[in-house]
Ligand binder design. Structure first.
Ligand SMILES: [Zn+2]
Ligand SMILES: [Zn+2]
Length: 361
């Protein structure tokens, strides 16, 4: 493995040499010292789809660094410890934002990046508004939550394009009514007549996204609806000052998940289509051929915060493009207890009232 100690880079202001920061409100890089703005990212300027070929999959399978290691801060000389998959880090002494471009680009480099459109101040106010509305949260927690830092994170995703051709089979049902019974029991009854049906379904998919980092994050998955039209060509400068990680999931494993997503969309569409002719559908199955498959890696923005409350870990995330928020939090036992007590009192009062007015006896 190459010596990664020297590959950390800083993106410095051409005017004064301070580290540049992405300004989400302006949509540009901004120097916090002298105010110089720039769009220039030194990227290659295009977002390409890669062919889903054995050669490309082999290229993706380079060794993934999993151990922590140390780099030297180029500004102050301090040693910074970096987590296995991390590709950016701030110096804990001088705050300089280092980007490990070589590591991020090892294997299959990111093709696209969706820069933050929600800045830290907006993220914080979205978050405080959300905390304020958590009725069941203990008061102490609201105070604790408000002190947390919001962290900017770029999460790696694989996106897949494919043409699909599906053969489906199902049974379509026609509803009809018959009159049954005699005299007083005479009534109409609902019946379904089933017909075997089959057909083809063609569908082109664009940018079906699958998280490419270490694992499942059900909270992030709730807010990962992004508008991919805003994706820009990747350049390492975007990672400056933002936490980021290299992909861990291989693109062929990701494609298996993408196929399941596409397949379930196909089944929904076929079902809807059948229901234009029939009243009901059952036993719908389809076999799907995937062709013209291409893929790419994109980095998508989230704001994240977390805290530990009574030995349990809780977290909250905000979509860095849309501001959508999701999180979990402990519920106050005291508040729930009070609500139940109030409920019991109200119920007791009602029963007493009803009894008093003679309705219960
Ligand atoms: Zn400057
Ligand atoms: Zn430093």
């Amino acid at each position: 493995m190459a010596d990664t100690r020297n590959d950390a880079v800083l993106f410095l202001c051409p005017g004064c040499g301070t580290a540049m920061e992405w300004d989400a409100a302006k949509g540009k890089f901004l120097c916090p010292s002298c105010g110089t703005e720039t769009d220039d990212t030194e990227g290659d300027g295009i977002v390409s789809e890669l062919p889903f070929t054995p050669e490309m999959l082999a290229k993706a399978r380079v060794a993934v660094p999993t151990d922590r290691y140390v780099i030297h801060c180029q500004s102050c000389g301090a040693e910074i410890t970096i987590d296995g998959a991390s590709t950016s880090a701030k110096c804990s002494y001088c705050g300089s934002p280092h980007v490990l471009a070589t590591k991020q680009e090892s294997g299959i480099p990111p093709e696209g990046i969706l820069p933050f459109a929600v800045d830290k101040r907006s993220a914080k106010s979205i978050f405080l508004n959300w905390v304020g509305k958590r009725f069941w949260a203990p008061k102490a927690l609201k105070r604790l939550y408000q002190q947390q830092e919001m962290n900017a994170v770029y999460r790696p995703y694989w996106t897949y394009d494919a043409q699909t051709q599906s053969n489906w089979r199902a049974e379509g049902g026609e509803v009809y009514y018959v009159t049954v019974g005699h005299g007083k029991n005479r009534h109409s009854e609902r019946r379904v007549r089933w017909y075997p049906i089959r057909g083809n379904w063609m569908r082109v998919f664009d940018d079906v996204q699958v998280p490419a980092d270490s694992g499942q994050n059900p909270i992030v998955d709730k807010v990962d609806d992004y508008d991919m039209h805003a994706v820009r060509p990747y350049a390492p400068a975007y990672l400056s000052g933002v936490s980021s990680t290299r992909y861990i999931l291989q693109p062929d494993a990701g494609f298996e998940t993408a196929k399941e997503i596409m397949h379930s969309i196909i089944l929904q569409e076929v079902r809807r289509n059948i229901l234009q002719k029939y009243d009901e559908v059952r036993m719908l199955t389809a076999t799907t051929n995937f062709s013209q498959v291409s893929f790419k890696q994109v980095l998508l923005p989230i704001w994240a915060t977390g805290f530990i409350y009574r030995d349990r870990q809780y977290g909250c995330v905000i979509n860095g493009q849309t501001g959508a928020i999701a999180g979990n939090y402990p519920k106050s036992g005291l508040k729930i207890g009070a609500a139940i007590a109030i409920g019991v009192i109200v119920l007791a009062g009602l029963i007493w009232l009803l009894g008093y007015s003679g309705l219960l006896g």
